[in-house]
Design a protein around this ligand. Structure first.
Ligand code: MG
Length: 276
């Protein structure tokens, strides 16, 4: 199943089941109940053409957004990192989340070195602490696509390196277009993640190449914090980010960034300068 949030005619957000070119209203199901949605019953209910609705981020305000720094070898090499012995976690503020088609705004304080990072995002479905890797996938509600937009000057050049702030400017977390449940997503190792800017493919890799796989990430981070339904785990980005290109490829006003993953789909976000 593909489950997400949408708005019709500017009205309050609703939960929907997305199927082909339509969305069907799902009567109030929390994230932890996605697997229990009665698809046949929902498909008999209210239906809207996909073209008529506005897609919203599938999770609006998670309690946490947990991100992994260096999780593909090509990105490790282009970033001058050694192979990490344990996952490198950091966070983004949930207030950075935007939906499909919403604009990434180049911040007034950091307009010049804004970069893209296409990533598979795990959506937590079941609460847990100290989760064993062997049981970790039972805590997954599904998967979606994210863009870990980063202002490299703040992330790397500020005193002490401001990873949290450099990656948390408003609009720096495009998310969507919906959550695909694990049964429909299939084996993550067989899926590929991509990023294009203005139609030119700049990132592409297989999820099979993650240095730390999804169970390892869940087991590691749940030693620290209780995972709650709706929490997001961003699994790291492949090689090909803008800062490692010659010359660097920074996002600019008028660019269009598309991030996508096999069997989920993709999101498309225009880039805009800050309003004067
Ligand atoms: Mg990232």
């Amino acid at each position: 199943m593909r489950v997400g949030r949408f708005s019709l005619d500017g009205r309050a957000p609703r939960l929907g089941l997305f199927k082909e070119d339509a969305v069907y209203e799902v009567p109030g199901a929390p994230i932890e109940m996605l697997g229990d949605i009665d698809e046949a019953a929902v498909l008999r209910g209210p239906r809207h053409e996909l073209a008529r609705v506005r897609l919203l981020p599938p999770v609006a305000r998670p309690s946490k957004v947990l991100c992994v720094g260096i999780n593909y070898v090509p990105h490790m090499e282009e970033s001058d990192f050694e192979r990490p012995a344990e996952p490198i976690f950091f966070s983004k503020l949930p207030s950075a989340i935007i939906g499909p088609d919403e604009a990434i705004i180049l911040p007034k304080a950091a307009p010049r070195r804004v970069d893209y990072e296409a990533e598979l995002v795990v959506v937590v479905g079941r609460r847990g602490r100290d989760i064993e890797a062997a049981e970790a996938l039972e805590h997954v509600a599904g998967y979606t696509v994210g863009n870990d937009v980063s202002a490299r000057d703040w992330q790397l050049k500020k005193p002490g390196a401001q990873w949290l702030l450099g990656k948390s400017f408003d609009t720096f977390l495009p998310l969507g277009p919906w959550i695909v449940t694990p049964d429909e997503f299939g084996d993550p190792a067989s899926r590929r993640v991509r990023c294009t800017v203005n139609g030119e493919q700049l990132q592409e890799d297989a999820l099979a190449n993650l240095i730390f796989d999804i169970p390892a990430l869940i087991a590691y981070v749940s030693q620290v914090a209780t995972l709650e339904p709706g929490d997001l785990i961003m699994t790291g980005t492949p090689g090909g980010v803008g800062q490692s290109r010659t010359p660097p490829r920074w996002l600019q006003d008028g660019d269009v960034v598309e991030t996508s993953i096999d069997s989920i789909g993709g999101i498309r976000n225009p880039v805009r300068a800050s309003p004067a």
